[in-house]
Design a protein around this ligand. Structure first.
Ligand code: AVJ
Length: 321
């Protein structure tokens, strides 16, 4: 299998452009969406199984305990649109709890990830109408045309993936979800602010899996963009930025060095950093304000017993119900 196959309607030529643009800035950055090649996807799955990485199992426990209440709050006969390929246990728990789901639409940038998810879900839900869409949710999100006018759509966006986006892009994504359908609700997982040491440990795990995940990004650039990063000369680091309420993952250049990427030379000072990912941590109140800016209000919220993670049901703020 290859999770790197990108569907036809998504541009593939932008990887090099994005990489060079990010590394040409005074504060060097690389887009976190490029973490997930085949090796990166496998490393991320390994991260999810670490004791220190609490989000996956915590969100799963919320779904195990509350999926039925979520389904009751959403209502019967809904189209379930999931951003991401929906191969996870969380998706299965939601679909199992939904009453007469009209269709399940996994929406993913990777055709192969979609194929695998569909194959798996077909077995577990033989009577479910599964209508996959290959696309990038950073562009307009559309349902298959025969479902576009359907009344009652819920978008499922688990994993606190929204935390990767800055304020402006998070609002823009919520607005795109809001526009999917006149009656579109959103069930979204968000990671909550908590003791900073717990956050730091989750992104600096003792087995070095997160480090390998972070370094895999420049390994991928070497493989796919004809670059010569020396992986031994960069080190993983994750810090917590209290003011911005986010984990910041970095690759730190251990020495002064130059790297060639697609023929272009990039210079690094010793200790210079590349920011590879932001992972925002919210309070429910702060997320509520963000959602309001995009036209959503919080209808329900479910948390684990430690208040480490939340699943929120958002509905259009202008709904007349
Ligand atoms: C998949 C984006 C939610 O931010 O926690 C895990 C990715 N990065 N460890 C996160 C990630 C480092 C993860 N998200």
């Amino acid at each position: 299998m290859s999770s790197t196959a990108i569907c036809d309607n998504v541009s593939t030529s932008s990887f090099l452009t994005d990489v060079l643009r990010g590394l040409s800035q005074t504060e060097k950055t690389l887009p976190s969406k490029y973490f997930y090649d085949e090796a990166g996807s496998r490393l991320f799955e390994n991260i999810c199984e670490l004791d220190e990485y609490y989000p996956t199992r915590t969100e799963l426990s919320i779904m195990q305990r509350h999926a039925q209440e979520m389904s009751d709050a959403i209502g019967p006969d809904h189209v379930v649109l999931e951003l991401g390929s929906g191969s996870s246990l969380k998706t299965q728990l939601l679909l199992k709890a939904m009453q007469r789901p009209a269709a399940y639409v996994p929406f993913d940038i990777s055709q192969s990830a979609l194929n695998e998810a569909v194959a798996r879900l077909e077995q577990d839900f033989p009577s479910l109408n599964i209508a996959p869409v290959c696309g990038d949710f950073m562009s307009e999100i559309q349902l298959p045309s025969k479902l576009a006018e359907y009344r009652g759509v819920v978008t499922y966006f688990p994993g606190s993936t929204i935390g990767n986006l800055n304020h402006k892009n998070a609002i823009a994504l919520l607005e795109r979800i809001r526009r999917v359908n006149a009656e579109s609700d959103l069930l979204i997982g968000i990671d909550l602010e908590k003791d900073r040491q717990i956050l730091l440990d989750a992104y600096n795990d003792s087995e070095g899996v997160t480090a390998a995940f972070n370094l895999n990004l420049i390994k991928r650039i070497n493989n796919e963009l004809n670059a010569d990063f020396d992986l031994n000369q960069f080190q993983h680091r994750a810090i917590y930025n209290e003011q911005a309420h986010r984990i910041e993952m970095q690759l730190v250049s251990q020495v002064q060095q130059r790297v060639t990427i697609g023929g272009q030379v990039i210079e690094f000072e010793a200790n210079e950093t590349i920011c590879t990912e932001h992972s925002h941590k919210y309070t429910i109140e702060r997320f509520e304000e963000l959602a309001a800016e995009a036209g959503f209000k919080v209808a329900n919220s479910w948390v684990d017993e430690k208040d480490w993670f939340a699943v929120l049901l958002l509905t259009p703020a202008d709904a007349t119900s």
